[in-house]
Design a protein around this ligand. Structure first.
Ligand code: ZN
Length: 509
């Protein structure tokens, strides 16, 4: 939130993801009045940047949400999808709470809220200055992270007509990303707010050639096994990138032709947006060719999706979610995991606790929809489709923004990434020029310096120490589950058995 003398602007309004106590913040009130915000400037459509906009509008925000046209279009498919997920999540929790005679929870927002908030969007073009509030104007730069993604340069006029320039990185893409041009930005700003997602990660240099070579090897191996190659993939941009490479391999005659199926309603809708904006993309013509490939099928209905389980022989199915924790991919996995001729190729980050991670860690059997499925298919992973700049690329990005006279704030990263990036940036900036703010911390920006403003408010989030699991919610849930199970037990004897089993489990620890 940027507060100037005459107006207040939000940069992004994303959903909290991650630990339970972080995600719980999505249901809490904003720490400000939504009606007091004059405008939102949105860097890109990913839910951790845009996901609370429907709630902001529902709770009284009446200004404009500024974004590139491609971001507006992606939000029109991603926010209603997110609303649907919120409704389902509330429904699931509701059943549990009703069993405990408690008030059923409301969804964070509904599909209807998501559609309503789309009315507030206003389109901006890259490279043009736009006045978004009294005394605040912005200019968007292509961040190369996702279709429509931007870094936002903001100029804030002071009472004395002085101007302060702040650059918000948004998420920054890596060099050589398949469908994205390399990130751009202005030179010479007063302050920078920089993302740190991969601040501790250095990837070997990937370029189109080696990425496609690696994919070719996976396709050849999977074809030799003879069954389906299932690719769990994030629906927006990752699916389209993988498709371009698969069709590219066929076109280049490097693999024999094979059928490809995209089986995800969100991916299908997102693909339409990519098609519409193909001219703005690097290799956009290749994407259009891939979408016209005679080997590609896109499932529409649930019936068509179910029919996929009847297919035999080598074929590729790209489906969401990318971490296998929801979506149609779980049905396909149920059908193929137990068969030695099948292959699962994980092409993205797999968070701890997700089915994708369990598979990656070599589980021999997993539970899907309450059923035990043994794992005989080959489980492979290929981490070459990242949407984020690594540490070297973040450093190069900041170097290209020089001179940066004032404070550089590091945000949007887990603790190890924040501290690694702080150290790295410390080699080109004065140490006291770098700040790693905490949630809700506020600063007065003056003459290049950042002076912390004291607050009497209770912290919204008790900081969880890095590397320590967030167990408080899990514990509370477990205690409720135990009392639930005991109250449902048929008789005293069954209750006794449950209690003895639990005791034994604790003694074994
Ligand atoms: Zn992002």
């Amino acid at each position: 939130m940027v507060q100037a003398s005459r107006s207040t602007v939000l940069v992004d309004c994303g959903m909290f993801q991650g630990s339970n106590s972080e995600r719980a913040l999505n249901s809490r009130d904003f720490p400000f009045g939504p009606a007091t915000i004059d405008a939102v400037v949105l860097t890109h459509a990913h839910i951790d940047h845009s996901g609370l906009l429907p709630k902001l509008v529902r709770q009284g925000f009446r200004g404009k949400i500024h974004a590139t046209q491609a971001t507006v279009d992606l939000c029109s498919v991603m926010l209603p999808d997110s609303g649907h997920i919120q409704e389902q999540e509330a429904e699931r929790r509701s059943k549990r709470e009703r069993r405990r005679n408690r008030q059923p929870p409301e969804p964070v927002y509904s599909v209807e809220d998501a559609y309503a908030c789309l009315q507030s969007f206003s389109r901006v073009n890259y490279g043009e200055w736009v006045a978004v509030a009294d005394g605040i104007r912005v200019r968007y730069w292509n961040a190369g992270h996702l279709l429509g993604s931007a870094s936002i340069e903001m100029e804030v006029s002071g009472e004395d007509r002085s101007a302060t320039r702040i650059l918000f990185s948004g998420d920054i893409g890596p060099m050589g990303k398949l469908l994205q041009w390399d990130p751009e930005g202005p030179e010479g700003v007063d302050y920078v707010v920089c993302e740190s997602t991969y601040g501790a990660v250095e990837r070997p240099l990937e370029h189109a050639g080696s990425r496609r070579d690696l994919l070719q090897q996976q396709v050849v191996d999977a074809a030799a096994r003879g069954g389906a190659l299932l690719i769990p993939s994030f629906a927006v941009e990752r699916t389209q990138e993988v498709l371009v490479d698969l069709v590219g391999l066929m076109e280049e005659g490097r693999v024999p032709a094979f059928p490809i199926v995209i089986d995800s309603p969100l991916a299908t809708r997102a693909t339409q947006v990519f098609k519409h904006h193909a001219e703005e993309l690097e290799h956009g013509a290749e994407l259009l060719r891939a979408l016209n490939s005679p080997h590609l099928t896109i499932t529409e209905t649930v019936e068509q999706s179910k029919m996929l389980d009847q297919r035999s022989g080598f074929h590729v199915v790209i489906s969401a979610s990318g971490m296998c924790d929801a979506g149609r991919i779980r049905h396909r996995l149920k059908n193929w995991l137990w068969r030695p001729e099948g292959t699962v190729l994980l092409v993205g980050f797999q968070a701890a606790g997700t089915l994708g991670r369990v598979l990656l860690d070599g589980a021999t059997s997993v539970r899907i929809h309450g059923e035990e499925i043994s794992v005989a298919a080959a489980i492979r992973s290929l981490d070459v489709y990242s949407g984020h700049a690594d540490a070297t690329e973040l450093e190069a990005w900041l170097r290209s923004r020089k001179p940066v006279n004032g404070t550089v704030f590091l945000v949007h990263g887990e603790a190890p990434n924040l501290s690694a990036l702080r150290e790295r940036f410390g080699r080109m900036l004065a140490t006291d020029q770098i700040m790693v703010p905490e949630l809700d911390q506020a600063f007065l920006l003056q003459n290049g310096r950042a002076i912390e403003i004291d607050s009497d408010d209770e912290p919204r989030l008790v900081q969880v120490h890095a590397g320590q699991p967030d167990s408080s919610n899990d514990e509370a849930d477990l205690l409720l589950d135990i009392s639930d199970a005991l109250s449902k037990a048929a008789d005293e004897r069954t209750r006794g058995i449950i209690v003895r089993k639990l005791k034994r489990a604790l003694e074994q620890e």
